[in-house]
Write a protein that binds this ligand. Structure first.
Ligand code: NAP
Length: 243
């Protein structure tokens, strides 16, 4: 039994650790960050070259099953895996961590809508946490942005008035609250990524009375089998192996 584990998340690393070395798992990373946190076991890095590239790779490597544990907003790779596995008849599972409960957040469908919401509400000092690929939509919004990302966004995508904060979670409630106060933030923009590592900013925003603009998740491809926890994914892989 050989499993391709599409990764780049803490859940993917936990799943690789739970299965290795009992089951042959090859983790795949996009290669977006220069020093990625590596899972245990074999790792390949870089895109497959679209749907056709992934299909050929799965055939060449004689993969028996695919688990997609990528980030909930990594919609392209998730769509590719669903399409290719359906075409090849490969067992396929999506491990999608539970979304956050939006509470009083203003829910929007995209980065563009989030930027429109910031402008429409006249927010002036925005904590922008949508990642390096999420800054372009805010480029022309007339506000000051505290932009937190793991790696620097392309300078062409940045709003004029900003400060860059390069860091990687997990984050703590106290630190998040201090950040909101230190920078006198009047709005937080976030994706609904879910998970505990970056959730403290939501509680800090609630304490500080800072409104939250939350980008809703892209839907999963129709008909895919999905679980919410690493434990369920482990069970699924073991059941596939046994079968
Ligand atoms: P994406 O938009 O869904 O994928 C874009 C392209 O990147 C894919 O078509 C694929 O290239 C390549 N790719 C993505 N994930 C890959 C993987 N695990 N292994 C091999 N190739 C991969 O994804 P993204 O938003 O760029 O995210 C890239 C990675 O960062 C993912 O592994 C994801 O888990 C992680 N991540 C994403 C976010 C986010 O907010 N999007 C946040 C944190 C971490 P080809 O078409 O050439 O195969």
């Amino acid at each position: 039994m050989k499993v391709l584990l599409l990764g780049g998340t803490g859940e993917a690393r936990a799943l690789a650790a739970a299965l290795h070395p009992e089951i042959e798992v090859i983790s795949s990373l996009a290669g977006r960050v220069p020093d990625p946190a590596l899972p245990v076991g074999p790792v390949r890095i870089g895109g497959f070259g679209g749907v056709d590239g992934m299909r050929q790779w799965l055939i060449d490597e004689r993969v028996d099953a695919v688990v997609d544990a990528t980030h909930p907003f990594a919609a392209t790779i998730t769509a590719h895996a669903a399409q290719v596995c359906a075409a090849l008849g490969l067992p396929h599972l999506v491990l999608a961590r539970p979304a956050w409960t939006p509470g009083d957040a203003i829910l929007v469908g995209s980065d563009t809508e989030a930027a429109e919401t910031v402008a429409a509400n006249g927010y002036a000092r925005v904590f922008l946490t949508t990642g390096r690929s999420g800054t372009r939509a805010f480029k022309d919004v007339d506000a000051w942005f505290l932009i937190r990302a793991v790696t620097p966004p392309d300078p062409d995508t940045l709003p004029v008035d900003h400060q860059l904060l390069l860091s990687r979670g997990p984050y703590e409630y106290d630190g998040e609250l201090a950040l909101l106060r230190e920078y006198r933030v009047d709005a937080l923009v976030t994706k609904n990524s879910g998970g505990a590592m970056t959730e403290p900013k939501l509680r800090a925003a609630e304490t500080a009375g800072v409104p939250v603009v939350m980008v809703d998740r892209p839907p999963l491809p129709a008909g895919v089998c999905a679980v919410a926890t690493v434990e369920e994914a482990v069970d699924w892989v073991r059941a596939e192996t046994a079968g």
